[in-house]
Design a protein around this ligand. Structure first.
Ligand code: 5AD
Ligand code: SF4
Length: 447
């Protein structure tokens, strides 16, 4: 979502004369769009600011100045603390304020003194944002939901992104149509808790994510739909049916489980046990037998015993994931878990992460190797590293290299997978692989 937010900030600044540059050295405005989810990410902000301070200090020599801004969740959480620790920062604003960016830039130029904006506005920022444009891309993000009301005891998101809100169905459809008309073939619907989506749908009340996806599938040219990130306890039958009925919905789902231990899941306030998660996966796989799953895991949550950790390893074995993000528990100030007794020593967390990641990596490699010899539909998104090569994504988000000419750019082609490398696959273009058979190819490859 930070990538998407940064794109929107770039769009907002274009009308007042700013364009993106490759490096901060000569920039007139530098925005650090920050993440507060784990301590490491938050601390990085201050070390980056230290480096930018030197660039900023060097600027008056060439007669120009540099406006330095901190945006995103660290800005939301720390607010004035940033201005205290780094008084050379000109603007600090949270994720709910970035639509006011042009106004803030003008204020910094007009007045001397920093601008701080970490309010949660009453009206939606989306009403004030320019429409996202394709800009030559074939795959794009689209935010449909923001915020989270789940209050997992380890997590800062409900405090930094605020309460759950959903964009109206008509607005999402308008943005998706605009992107598709500009050449986008694949859209990833974004939300901190995307399946809590309940967007206003005119006089019909609200619509669920499953129904929204069904509506988007009718848009001409939009051949692939994904969504992320989901909360297991809120996957409803509309969404499961969407996986069954809508071929454009890719057979790949990121579904964070966090732990395999009921005791730990309860302490995390997750509202699902390990059994609930496994039953949900069964239902999803009945609906879409070729569905592949990825997940998020936390090791070393306060009170996690060897037996709890073993339960996580067992769940990984039982479910089988094709990708995952796994983290050591990081106490976040102000969250309930940070104050719990039984904090796990760092060396134990490190050891558990190591063991878990070895298992998850083995699962991912086995899945990738298993694709060798199969047919897959791949959306070709750009040139590869070598001449004559293109790179694209499989339905399962794997990067795939292929020898193909540029006429295939932006097309969904059918490939036979020939090799699996650590971070990518490579394949051979199959004869007669015209565009628009992409969807059929997906179904065939995965049947
Ligand atoms: N410590 C470690 N990992 C965390 N996550 C969220 N909060 C924390 C924390 N305090 C992880 C969760 C979540 C992902 C985005 O980040 O696994 O799903
Ligand atoms: Fe954080 Fe996700 Fe839990 Fe919400 S559901 S509190 S975003 S981990």
């Amino acid at each position: 979502m930070n990538v998407y937010d940064a794109e929107r900030m770039t769009d907002l600044l274009a009308p007042i004369g700013y364009e993106a540059v490759e490096a901060p050295d000569d920039a007139d405005l530098v925005i650090l769009n920050t993440c507060h989810i784990r301590e490491k990410a938050a601390e990085k902000v201050y070390s980056d600011l230290g480096r930018l301070r030197q660039l900023k200090a060097a600027r008056p020599e060439d007669g120009a100045s540099m406006v330095l801004a901190v945006a995103g969740c660290v800005a939301q959480a720390e607010g004035e603390e940033i201005l205290r620790r780094a008084p050379y920062v000109d603007m600090v604003f949270g994720p709910q304020a970035y639509h006011r960016l042009p106004e803030m830039v003008a204020r910094v130029h007009r007045e001397q003194g920093a601008v701080l904006d970490t309010e949660f506005p009453a009206s939606s920022k989306f009403d004030y944002l320019p429409k996202p444009e394709a800009q030559g891309r074939f795959s794009a993000f689209l935010t449909v939901q923001e915020g989270c009301d789940k209050f997992c005891t380890f997590c800062v998101v409900p405090y930094t992104r605020g309460a759950e809100t959903s964009r109206p169905v008509a607005d999402v459809k308008a943005d998706a149509s605009n992107l598709a008309a500009g050449g986008v073939r694949e859209i990833t619907l974004l939300g901190q808790n995307v399946n809590a989506y309940h967007g206003r749908a005119g006089r019909f009340g609200t619509q669920t994510l499953g129904k929204l996806i069904a509506g988007l599938a009718d848009i001409e040219g939009l051949d692939r739909i994904r969504y992320t990130t989901s909360y297991p306890a809120e996957i409803d039958s509309d969404l499961i049916n969407a996986h069954r009925d809508i071929p454009q919905l890719m057979p790949y789902l990121h579904l964070p489980v966090q732990s395999g231990s009921d005791r730990i899941l309860h302490a995390m306030n997750r509202r699902h046990g390990a059994g609930d998660y496994k039953r949900l996966v069964e239902r999803l796989r009945r609906a879409r037998p070729d569905l592949a799953l990825s997940s998020d895991f936390i090791v070393g949550f306060p009170g996690e015993s060897d037996a709890d950790f073993q339960a996580t390893l067992d769940l990984v074995d039982e479910v089988g994931f094709v990708g995952a993000y796994s983290f050591k528990y990081s106490p976040r100030p102000g969250t309930p878990a940070a104050a719990l007794l039984g904090q796990v020593p760092e060396d134990v967390k490190t050891e558990r992460l190591h063991v878990l990641q070895a298992k998850l990596n083995a699962g991912q490699s086995a899945f990738n190797k298993g694709t060798i010899g199969t047919k897959m539909s791949v959306l070709l998104e750009g040139p590869g590293r070598h001449p004559g090569q293109m790179i694209g994504r499989s339905p399962y988000m794997q990067a795939v290299h292929v020898q193909a000419s540029e006429e295939y750019l932006g097309k969904i082609v059918e490939l036979e997978i020939e090799a699996a490398h650590p971070n990518s696959l490579s394949g051979r273009l199959l004869e007669g692989t015209p565009d628009h058979q992409g969807l059929n190819a997906t179904m065939e490859a995965t049947a």
